[in-house]
Design a protein around this ligand. Structure first.
Ligand code: FRU
Length: 463
C-alpha cells in the first residue's frame, strides 16, 4: 500500500481506502484497497473498492483521491491514469462497499489547469463550503519563464461539472515534481493547506531531509479571488508535518464529533523495503487528532488508542546517568509517555526495540547544546537503504528543538516495526520504520550528565 485515500465517516463507520497493488509487495498498477473501522484503531479489511478496468485507468490505474458524502452516497473522486494522461474520475456507492464509476471523467482532457502537463495533474481533494463543492489537485505549471507546481482549485454544485477557478498556491519544486496530495483544513479561524511536495531541499531548521516531504502552510483561503494568502510567504512558510524518515501523502477527515483526523502513509519512495520478504509493503501511521496553537499544527494520537492501553506502570523522579533499564519497562507494542528534566544534564537518550544482545536498536537522542533531537536507526537488524542519489542517507533524522525551561516531553508509540514520537505535546513529530527482530523490545535510557525522568507512564497496547 501507499497513500491513504477517501478517508471518511459514512453510515456510522470510518472508511479508509488506500493505494494498493494486489499483485505484489511493490508499487505497480494501482487499485484502491479498503478498510473499515468503528474506532480508527481496529480495522477490518474489505474487498478492493476500485480496480483499473476502464479506458481512463488503462495505464497506471486508479491514483489517489478523496471521499465526499452527498445525498446519502459515498462518492470517490480520484485520478485515473490512462495512456493519454491523468484525469479526475468519480465513483459512487449507496452502501460504501460497491462502487459504480461514471463512464467519463469529471475533469477530463481540455479541462486541465493552465500550464499543467497531462502526466502531472492528480490527487483531488474535495471539500464543501456553503453548499458548494471545491476540489484542489496538484499539477505541474509551465510558463515561458519557469517550471513549477501549483494547487489548482475547481468548483461544482453537483460533483460532475467542475469549473476551474484558479491556482491557490504556486511553488517552485527545486528538482522537478509537483505538490502531491493537497489537502485543506480550517482550525482556530485559520486556513491550512497541506501538501506533499517532491524533492524539497533541506532547510536550516533541518526540515525536508527526506526525498519527498509533507508540509503545511497557514493563512487565509479566499475562494472567490481565488487566492491563498500565506501568513509567511515563500518556502519559509512551509512547515514539515513530521521530521522522521517515513511519513508521506497524509490525508485528513472530519470526525462526527468535529475532530480533524490526519493519517499518512508510513514509508517513503525510493527505499528498500525489508518487509517484502514477508509478502507485504507499506503501512499507515496511527491516526492523529489535529489542533493548532498560534499557527502551529499539533498532532496527537487519536484518543481511541487509550481503550487499548493496558497494564499501566508509572515511575516518578528517576535519575539517569550513564545507562538505565527499568525491569517493568519493555515491549514493542507500547505507549510510553515521559517528562524529562534536563536542568542538570546536557543530554538524554533512549534506545528502543533493543535486542537481547544489545546489538540492534533505534536511538533517540537529545543534545541540549545543539538543541537538536536525533533519531538514528542505523543499528537496526535490517537496514533500510535509499535508492535515490538525491537522498544521501535515511538512517538518521534530526529535529530542531529548543527547550527554554530544560523540560523535554515525549510520547512514544511503538507497534512492532513502527516508531512514532510526539514531542512537546505533539508540536513536533518523528515517525520511522525500524526493522528489528519480532521479540526485540528492550528499552534503555541514557545520559552523560544527570537527567531526571520526572514522570513516566507506560502501557502495553493490546488490540
Ligand atoms: C503519492 C503518489 C500520488 C499518486 C499515488 C500513486 O505518494 O505519487 O501522487 O496519486 O502516489 O500511487
Amino acid at each position: 500500500m501507499n497513500d491513504p485515500n477517501g478517508f471518511c465517516f459514512f453510515n456510522g463507520k470510518y472508511h479508509l481506502f488506500y493505494q494498493h497493488n494486489p499483485k505484489a509487495p511493490r508499487w505497480g498498477r494501482m487499485y484502491w484497497g479498503h478498510a473499515v473501522s468503528n474506532d480508527l484503531i481496529k480495522w477490518d479489511h474489505h474487498d478492493i473498492a476500485l480496480e483499473p478496468d476502464s479506458f481512463w485507468e488503462n495505464f497506471l490505474g486508479c491514483f489517489s483521491g478523496s471521499a465526499v458524502i452527498n445525498d446519502n452516497e459515498l462518492n470517490l473522486i480520484y485520478t485515473g491514469f490512462s495512456i493519454f494522461g491523468q484525469y479526475q474520475l468519480r465513483a459512487r456507492s449507496a452502501d460504501g462497499f460497491s462502487f459504480i464509476k461514471k463512464s467519463e471523467p469529471v475533469i477530463g482532457p481540455g479541462q486541465l489547469p493552465p500550464g499543467a502537463g497531462p502526466l502531472n495533474f492528480r490527487d483531488p481533494k474535495v471539500f464543501e463550503k456553503n453548499g458548494i463543492f471545491y476540489l484542489i489537485a496538484g499539477s505541474s505549471r509551465k510558463t515561458l519563464r519557469e517550471r513549477g507546481t501549483q494547487i489548482a482549485l475547481y468548483e461544482s454544485d453537483d460533483l460532475d461539472n467542475w469549473k476551474f477557478l484558479g491556482s491557490v498556491l504556486n511553488g517552485r519544486v527545486e528538482r522537478g515534481g509537483i505538490f502531491e496530495c493537497p489537502d485543506y483544513i480550517r482550525l482556530e479561524e485559520r486556513d491550512f493547506l497541506i501538501a506533499s511536495p517532491m524533492y524539497l531541499q533541506m532547510n536550516e531548521q533541518l526540515e525536508f531531509e527526506n526525498l519527498h516531504s509533507s508540509v503545511y502552510i497557514h493563512g487565509v483561503l479566499d475562494l472567490e479571488t481565488p487566492e491563498f494568502e500565506t501568513d509567511k510567504p515563500g518556502p519559509d512558510g512551509y512547515r514539515e508535518l513530521d521530521g522522521g524518515t517515513d511519513f508521506y501523502a497524509p490525508q485528513t477527515m472530519s470526525a462526527p464529533d468535529g475532530r480533524i483526523i490526519i493519517i499518512a502513509w508510513m514509508q517513503m519512495w525510493k527505499r528498500t523495503i525489508p518487509t517484502k520478504a514477508e509478502g507485504w509493503a507499506g503501512m499507515m501511521t496511527v491516526p492523529r487528532e489535529l489542533s493548532c496553537i498560534k499557527g502551529n499544527l499539533i498532532q496527537k494520537p487519536v484518543r481511541e488508542i487509550e481503550r487499548y492501553c493496558v497494564n499501566r506502570r508509572t515511575h516518578k523522579g528517576i535519575a539517569v546517568s550513564k545507562q538505565l533499564q527499568l525491569p517493568d519497562i519493555s515491549g514493542n507494542r507500547i505507549d510510553l509517555e515521559m517528562s524529562i528534566d534536563l536542568s542538570e544534564s546536557d543530554d538524554f537518550g533512549l534506545r528502543l526495540f533493543m535486542s537481547e544482545n544489545r546489538h540492534n536498536y533505534a536511538e533517540l537522542y537529545y543534545d541540549k547544546r545543539k538543541q537538536i533531537l536525533f533519531l538514528d536507526r542505523s543499528r537496526a537488524l535490517q537496514r533500510i537503504k535509499s535508492l535515490s542519489r538525491l537522498e544521501k542517507q535515511c538512517d538518521r533524522r534530526s529535529t530542531k528543538l529548543d527547550l527554554p525551561d530544560s523540560k523535554l516531553q515525549l510520547r512514544i508509540l511503538l507497534d512492532r516495526i513502527s516508531l512514532e514520537i510526539f514531542i512537546q505535546g505533539g508540536r513536533q513529530v518523528m515517525s520511522s520504520i525500524i526493522c528489528n527482530g519480532d521479540e526485540d523490545g528492550g528499552i534503555e535510557f541514557f545520559s552523560n550528565g544527570r537527567a531526571v525522568i520526572t514522570q513516566l507512564d507506560f502501557y502495553d497496547i493490546e488490540i
